[in-house]
Design a protein around this ligand. Structure first.
Ligand code: AMP
Length: 190
């Protein structure tokens, strides 16, 4: 199975590129942010809990996130693979993902790190907030999310380098160019 972690700061293009990867490689997509937003929309208990963290630009606690991820993963039948978008976001989540896949006789095939300069991330997210009305795409919350990315999530770059799974992708440029680079990286490990 092709298990891809798509990684990057908020606004780096993970969601957009994931959709294209899903279409080309026929794998399943897990966006933990989308899962949480759906829970909020449906007014579930989990949604209410998640909203408190999301609106503050904070991460949902690891234990909760790990349970959600495993249950979505196990809901896929006869899957050719999965793209993990927005997960892992902490070292504890990366370790849990490794363990979860190992228990199912699998592993992460590659981690694609979409790198985009900070000023560009800010511009993209503010624009996205204006277009989509996403509550956490406002300047104050974006700053908090970028801070959380640098303090809690970016250490995963070294973690995946040590695992031998790291692949850098230049996230600045046209969507087509970025996608072509992603495909080259995926095809190299297939
Ligand atoms: P995203 O759509 O991936 O940018 O996620 C939006 C928000 O959902 C984040 O700012 C977090 O509050 C929460 N979230 C999504 N994925 C995770 C995760 N793996 N761990 C903790 N919180 C998450």
């Amino acid at each position: 199975m092709l298990n891809i972690v798509i990684f990057g700061a908020p606004g780096s293009g993970k969601g957009t590129q994931s959709e294209r990867i899903v279409e080309k490689y026929g794998i399943n997509h897990i966006s933990t942010g989308d899962v949480l937003r759906a829970e909020i929309k449906n007014g579930t208990e989990l949604g209410t809990t998640a909203k408190g963290y999301i609106d503050q630009g904070q991460l949902i606690p690891d234990a909760l996130m790990i349970d959600i991820l495993a249950s979505v993963f196990d809901s896929f039948q006869d899957s050719k693979g999965v793209i993990f978008d927005g997960f892992p976001r902490t070292i504890a989540q990366a370790e849990a993902l490794k363990k979860m896949l190992e228990e199912r006789g699998q592993d992460v095939s590659v981690m694609l790190d979409l790198e985009v300069p900070e000023e560009e991330l800010m511009t993209r997210l503010i624009k996205r907030g204006e277009a989509s009305g996403r509550a956490d795409d406002n300047e104050e919350t974006i700053k908090k999310r970028l801070h959380v990315y640098h303090s809690q999530t970016s250490p995963l770059i070294d973690w995946y380098k040590q695992e031998g799974k790291y692949q850098h992708i230049n996230g600045l440029g046209s969507m087509d160019t970025i996608f072509a680079d992603i495909c080259t990286a995926i095809d190299a490990i297939k």
